[in-house]
Design a protein around this ligand. Sequence first.
Ligand SMILES: NC(=O)c1ccc[n+]([C@@H]2O[C@H](COP(=O)([O-])OP(=O)(O)OC[C@H]3O[C@@H](n4cnc5c(N)ncnc54)[C@H](OP(=O)(O)O)[C@@H]3O)[C@@H](O)[C@H]2O)c1
Length: 271
Amino acid sequence: MFADTKITLNNGVKIPRVQLGTWLMDNDEAKKMVKKSIEIGYRAFDTAKDYGNESGIGKGIWNSDIERSDIFLTTKLPTSVKDYEGTKQAIDKALQRFSLDYIDLLLIHSPQPWIEVNRTDNRYFEGNLENWRAMEEALKDGKVRAIGVSNFLQEDLENIIENGTITPAVNQIGVSIGNTPLPLIEYCQNKGITIEAYSPLSHGRFLKNETIVNYAKKYNVIPAQLMLKYDCQLGCIVLPKSTDLNELKEDRELDFEISPEDMVELQKLKF
Ligand SMILES: NC(=O)c1ccc[n+]([C@@H]2O[C@H](COP(=O)([O-])OP(=O)(O)OC[C@H]3O[C@@H](n4cnc5c(N)ncnc54)[C@H](OP(=O)(O)O)[C@@H]3O)[C@@H](O)[C@H]2O)c1
């Protein structure tokens, strides 16, 4: 089925198209949801130091019957760390929290520390290069299999591409019907950077939107499935989050195709 397919990143690593998002899950819930979602086919998990659930995710992976090599685990650096030594330590501490010896994909969570987002024009170019230098080393050392970024604008990406050694494999950004940053998506795709769509269901806010409901009816699917497939057809990986196993099953049922004409119309929507 479509949900079991993978995309090949720019360094050859294969990454599942549909992954479980885990923001706002605590350690206990994350442990439970990782184990249960594996039973219904999920093999990939998106977390971050700042979600506070890495040890729960690690336990969920350990408690499953799946080989570590069949799991794809993504985590993100704390946004407060923007120096080389701090980044090296953050990577080792993440591995300890997971009780694992490698992470599949490590991301810079944000070009700016959270407390400065929307409050300053400082894009932390030097700090992000310090992050990146330590991440490139972790890649060489086998601590991570791929490295990328999140919430990066074109100027942030250019800084890494021009001054780093390795082009990011991924940029994880918000993409959903009603919020389609096409120029950034196209810039990334032209550079060989895969887009991961976070909040692909707009955090649940627009699942009852009349336009989305009507398009979903046309394809005989539910709004969540329309929203997820839309992102996939833009070439993105999707990270739906739910704590309801039935919803998580629905989120993997994406074996339908939105017509090119409807994709164009959906791209125009702005909520
Ligand atoms: N890099 C970043 O800065 C960043 C930022 C935001 C998110 N993310 C990542 O992206 C993931 C997903 O984003 P998100 O957590 O904002 O939310 P989301 O996946 O856009 O939406 C989650 C909401 O959709 C509901 N839902 C899921 N499947 C459904 C279905 N089949 N039918 C009806 N409702 C359904 C969930 O319900 P219940 O939970 O109530 O069951 C929840 O309310 C995060 O968990 C995180 O891993 C990353």
